[in-house]
Design a protein around this ligand. Structure first.
Ligand code: ADP
Ligand code: MG
Length: 752
């Protein structure tokens, strides 16, 4: 041992002497076979500290004994060089060193010591660690991207893929590396025609493409960005594919919703929480008269309403209650107004947070107008019923008064001082009778005598009369159609219509003016019906009656057809003129409407259904003559005692002989008793036990050729409807003036 030590020492001393070990920049130490440090050069001392004589393993982390992997130990054992990393606790802290140990042999080749070269790798190690950590972190980052990320070289080969893509393909990332991208994504053997990588390689810029390849099974948004080398050359590309299934679904939904809202027949509006418009559909633009969305978006919703306060009220309601529904007056761009039905609500997100406001609107101007028209028509109908009912009953009372009045007069001596009273009374009944007739006309219970007539002819005839009514200051003009206008009408009643309209025009033209009657052919079509809310389609004669007088306001216009509505001072207007006109036109299955504005005159339009039949010329009704007397025997059937008495006294007065019957049955039995002498059956139509007609049917069987006259308080319409009479039978209506009655009786008896 001594000997060996000596030899070793000598050898080492020799090396030291030669200075070889000192000039080596590396840290070098020599260990004896017992692992004691025999030598340290300066660099070694500086690096690890002075450890001469110590066991070398004490220096490093092995501490107390030779540890496994000790390079010195290994060099001793196999005589080769070994390199290992070790750490050493030094004054400067933990040091990482790379140790290379080699054996030193004597001349006989025996290992006598070990030489260790230590290199400080602390810095290197730290950098290495940092790099390693960075690489791992990068991998984690890369893998945590939910988009499919892959890196490709210029040959479309995949050099890197992230976990998302590998998971999607169900293949390990390393197995995808080296594959062509077209194979991975599209399953093809060649380039995909729309390949964004290909595009990028050509443009050298980031390219974005939406791909919907059934092979992938979901829509992808692919972005490929170039990877550049130091010289700026493209070496490959980063391929990021995003699954846009949800986005596409949402887009589709939004599109469908957009289409739906756009095609809605309602106007649809969205507004932000400040009530500024953010969306409007085409119906909204059309309704409010705007050209494009740009004009209205951003505008505050109050701008679209007639009354600003009322619209802020809606906004408040939406904020407080979340919804509002009702009607509002809206204002178009051009300032015109219309009415809309609006239903609005606050739009909230899934958490219930208000997002925006939404409203759906419908133009109900037309509907409102129609409703109003219907209401008006129903009102007229109700008033008509009432007026008609009263007039009908009142007529019977009036018949009694008129009848007794006349009878009394007939019986009075010509110089009787009371005659005048009766005459005044009868004058008054004339007025009362006119009144009831007017009401009956309005309520369409007047008897009409409709025949095919030429409208122009009637107007020409009545024109002369109108000239007289209108006076000198009013110009009367007629503009009649060249073609004949044939209508089924009671010409007397049409004359009445024109006279009533003319009288009103005269009153509306206190300072004179023009009154025009024009006729033309017209047509009522669906358009007309929609606009007016009434009418049945067909061809009509249109009479337009115009004056340039005072005109009337909306309120007056609404009421003019109502009976007793007048704006004229007491004594001047009765308020019956237009209600008669209305009744007559309705009874002719026609329509009348009025257009008027204060100061702008008035236009009445009357539509009467046209017919094709030949026209019968029709004159104005002739004046009455005094009735002739008679001597025939008349069977008078009337259940109303007072009326019967009245009629009997009239007939008596004029020479007739009267047999009375109190009802239908009584009439038949009375006829049987006196069948040989009775020449006329004068009967109320409606009676207890047996109607006048039923009684007459029996009487006719007893004596054919017997004449009859029926009296009724009912309108011709009702009688025909109930099938009470045959066409050729003579019918007169209550109240009957005795003169008319006597005339009819004479006519009937003379027919024989
Ligand atoms: P009267 O003439 O007795 O008042 P009408 O029924 O004939 O009754 O008319 C009712 C109201 O209609 C009139 O009081 C008037 O206010 C209005 N009117 C009718 N025709 C015209 C017209 N041509 N110009 C202006 N107002 C009219
Ligand atoms: Mg009038």
């Amino acid at each position: 041992m001594e000997h060996q030590d000596k030899a070793v020492k000598d050898q080492i001393d020799e090396m030291i002497k030669q200075g070889i070990l000192e000039v080596i920049g590396d840290a070098v130490s020599i260990q004896g076979t017992d692992f004691r440090v025999l030598y340290q050069n300066q660099a070694h001392r500086k690096l690890i500290g002075d450890h001469l004589g110590e066991y070398c393993y004490k220096v490093y982390e092995c501490r107390d004994e030779v540890c496994e992997g000790c390079p010195v130990d290994m060099a001793f054992k196999d005589g080769m060089s070994h390199t290992t990393e070790r750490s050493a606790a030094t004054e400067r802290g933990i040091l990482h060193v790379e140790i290379t140990a080699s054996p030193i042999r004597d001349s006989s080749g025996k290992i006598i010591a070990g030489i260790e070269v230590a290199r400080d790798i602390t810095e290197h190690k730290r950098t290495d660690e940092l790099l390693k950590r960075a690489a791992t972190e990068w991998q984690h980052t890369f893998d945590s991207i939910s988009d499919f990320v892959s890196v490709h070289d210029k040959d479309f080969r995949c050099t890197k893929v992230n976990k998302a893509l590998a998971d999607f393909k169900g293949i390990k990332p390393e197995d995808l590396v080296g594959e062509h991208c077209y194979k991975i994504f599209h399953g093809t053997q060649g380039k995909w025609p729309e390949c964004p990588l290909d595009k990028m390689l050509k443009s050298k810029r980031t390219e974005t493409v939406e791909i919907d390849d059934p092979h992938i099974g979901r829509p992808l948004l692919v972005t490929v960005s170039p990877i550049l080398d130091d010289k700026g050359e493209v070496t490959g590309g980063v391929h990021i594919a995003r699954d846009i299934t949800e986005q596409k679904k949402m887009e589709k939904r939004l599109k469908v919703m957009d289409w739906a809202i756009k095609s809605s027949t309602n106007a649809m509006v969205l507004a932000d929480l400040e009530a500024n418009l953010t969306y409007v559909n085409p119906v909204f633009l059309k309704l409010w008269g705007y050209e494009s969305e740009d004009e209205v978006l951003g505008m505050h919703c109050t701008k679209f309403w007639q009354v600003k306060d009322k619209s802020t009220e809606i906004v408040e309601a939406l904020r407080n209650k979340g919804e509002w529904a009702g009607e509002r007056g809206a204002l178009r761009k051009d300032g015109s107004a219309f009415i809309v039905e609006l239903s609005a609500n606050m739009v909230r997100d899934d958490e219930g947070k208000p997002i925006c406001m939404m409203a759906s609107l419908v133009d109900i101007t037309e509907k409102k107008k129609l409703e109003e028209q219907l209401r008006q028509a129903q009102k007229m109908e109700a008033v008509g019923q009432l007026a008609g009912g009263v007039a009908h009953d009142f007529n019977n009372i009036l018949s009694a008064i008129i009848g007794y009045g006349h009878v009394t007069l007939l019986k009075m001596a010509n110089d009787d001082p009371l005659r005048l009273n009766i005459e005044h009374m009868l004058e008054a009944t004339d007025k009362a009778s006119y009144l009831t007739q007017s009401l009956l006309a309005f309520s369409r219970k007047q008897i009409t005598d409709k025949k095919p007539v030429g409208l122009n002819g009637i107007i020409k005839r009545v024109e002369k009369f109108l000239l007289r009514i209108m006076g000198e200051d009013i110009k009367v003009r007629t503009m009649l159609s060249e073609e004949a206008l044939k209508v089924l009408a009671d010409s007397g009643q049409l004359e009445q219509v024109l006279i009533n309209l003319a009288t009103n025009a005269r009153d509306a033209l206190p300072k004179g003016g023009t009154f025009t009657i024009a006729t033309e052919k017209s047509r009522i079509d669906n358009e007309f019906i929609r606009a007016h809310g009434y009418g049945s389609p067909g061809r009509y004669a249109l009479i337009t009656v115009t004056d340039n007088g005072t005109g009337m306001n909306e309120n007056t216009k609404q009421k003019i057809f109502e009976p007793f509505f007048t704006t004229k001072e007491p004594g001047k207007g009765t308020g019956l003129g237009l209600s008669i006109v209305y009744g007559i036109i309705k009874q002719h299955e026609g329509y009348i409407n009025v257009y008027s504005e204060p100061g702008a005159g008035t236009i009445f339009r009357i539509y009467l259904p046209l017919i094709a039949e030949d026209i019968q010329s029709e004159g104005m009704t002739s004046k009455t003559e005094y009735p002739q007397r008679g001597s025939e025997v008349i069977l008078l059937a009337e259940d109303d005692e007072s009326l019967r008495q009245l009629t009997k006294s009239v007939l008596d007065e004029f020479g007739y002989k009267v047999i009375e019957a109190a009802d239908g049955e009584d009439a038949v039995s009375k006829f049987l008793e006196h069948k040989d002498i009775i020449e006329l059956f004068l009967s109320d139509l409606i009676m207890p036990k047996k109607s006048g007609k039923a009684a007459f049917d029996e009487i006719r069987k007893i004596k054919s050729g017997i004449r009859a006259i029926f009296i009724s308080g009912y309108t011709a319409d009702i009688i025909q409807q109930k099938g009470l009479l045959e066409k050729e039978m003579t019918l007169i209506f209550k109240p009957v003036s005795p003169i008319d009655l006597l005339k009819k009786i004479r006519e009937e008896l003379d027919k024989k």
